[in-house]
Design a protein around this ligand. Sequence first.
Ligand SMILES: O=C(O)CCC(=O)C(=O)O
Ligand SMILES: [Fe+2]
Length: 191
Amino acid sequence: MFTSGGIVSDRGMIGEPLPVWLSYLFPRFREAGVFEGMDATHQDPNHCLVNEYLAGQGIMPHKDGPAYLPTVATVTLSSHCVLEFYRHPEDKDQGERESTTEENRAQEPEFSLLIQPRSLLVLKEDVYKKYMHGIREITKDDLCKGNILNLPEAMPQGVEETPVLERGTRISLTFRIVQKTLSTKKLFLRR
Ligand SMILES: O=C(O)CCC(=O)C(=O)O
Ligand SMILES: [Fe+2]
């Protein structure tokens, strides 16, 4: 796992340009209007998190938090996954990723999405702000279980008979906009 674009902290991010192998996707994001109208100074994402999940690995339910503008674009490579969405009781989790707890995992998800390899997933607005998202630590996904909202459209061909998908290694590229950026020049002038 690594991040590109800079390290995000409370004070902001000391930005550095994303490498070409990530920024080559920007025209596609623009065509699809993914980050359109988010922020006057940022038309393209300035931060990317690259994650590798081996089969059986997941991520605890969490919100991505206020360091980013509330749109996230995720490109999935190699293997599918099922992303689950949870509504926090009373929505008291104020968007802090650190607030992830075992208690969150105990809840049942409200809905899920089947995320196919080579797909782009865009989460914004309420789904970003009000729901937590997570990936269960399992090696197989039974598509008959849970409330998978994008079925049958996202169902891979040929699995209608036995809709259990075995997970392989998944790589995700998660693009976001960090609004608060600090240039090294500004930092230097502050001293
Ligand atoms: O890998 C994914 O699709 C989700 C990653 C995620 O939720 C995160 O890094 O905040
Ligand atoms: Fe996340």
